[in-house]
Design a protein around this ligand. Sequence first.
Ligand SMILES: Cc1ncc(COP(=O)(O)O)c(C=O)c1O
Length: 282
Amino acid sequence: MLSDHKNYAYLHGEFVPLENAYLHVSDLSIQRGYGIFDFFKVQEEAPLFLEHYISRFFQSAQLMGLPVPLSEEQLKATLAELLQKNKLPNSGVKMILTGGYSANGYDPAAPNLLITQQALTLPTQEQVARGIKIITHEYVRELPLAKTINYSMGIRLLQEVKARQADDVLYHHGGVVTEFPRSNFFLLTQDNVLVTPAQEVLLGVTRRNVLELARQQYQVQERTVTLEDIAQAREAFMTSTTKRVLPIVEVDGKPVNDGKPGPVTLQLLEQLLELEQKQFID
Ligand SMILES: Cc1ncc(COP(=O)(O)O)c(C=O)c1O
């Protein structure tokens, strides 16, 4: 997987070749799954919506009781240096903060900050035109407002997702819909109100961008969304940094409306693409 061009990571306060970016086994991320992270896209060498990802990273760290070893300004300068070294025009950057090298495998120590930058796969036009099929599962993440490294439930459910010939799984809580393991959820009601769950969700940066775009043209509500709302929906889609806006055409074997990607979903995707484009031109 290694190309001629060296790919650098940031670890222990320095830039090291990715193949040398190791954490010791005593790190609490390995010992106890204790850590947080964030992930943003780089297009044409420019980070997109960086401020929002940085502030969420600091918020996740605070919710988990992890001090970030760099200030926001220092983190931005470090990211700029990494991007400059790697020169990967279209890629994803992951900032991971772990519980540190614990003396007894439980008590937190000085957190380890690790940053990597790697190539990224985005949905193709065919995937968008096809839309995705999803199943549902009852589960709530422990700290929904924090982007922790714990994706155990999502990863465990991959087998069921595959067995039921689906593409992803939507979490709900007693019939109240929250989010996907790695994306947010939206639906369009029969009377054209765009709705997204308000509680027990990660506040996705793409969710925020889509809400902002949608408010200029539709009625928008952040509120309680139920499985029954999905059964009545005109359109549904997921949002995330890597998926952008991806139409949902089937939920638990039942088509969403006519089972085709909806026009509002596709229009919001176009507008999000324009917004991304604007970021690195401005
Ligand atoms: C639990 C969860 N919800 C939602 C999202 C989508 O957030 P964003 O749009 O910032 O990528 C993510 C991203 O990985 C996530 O992990």
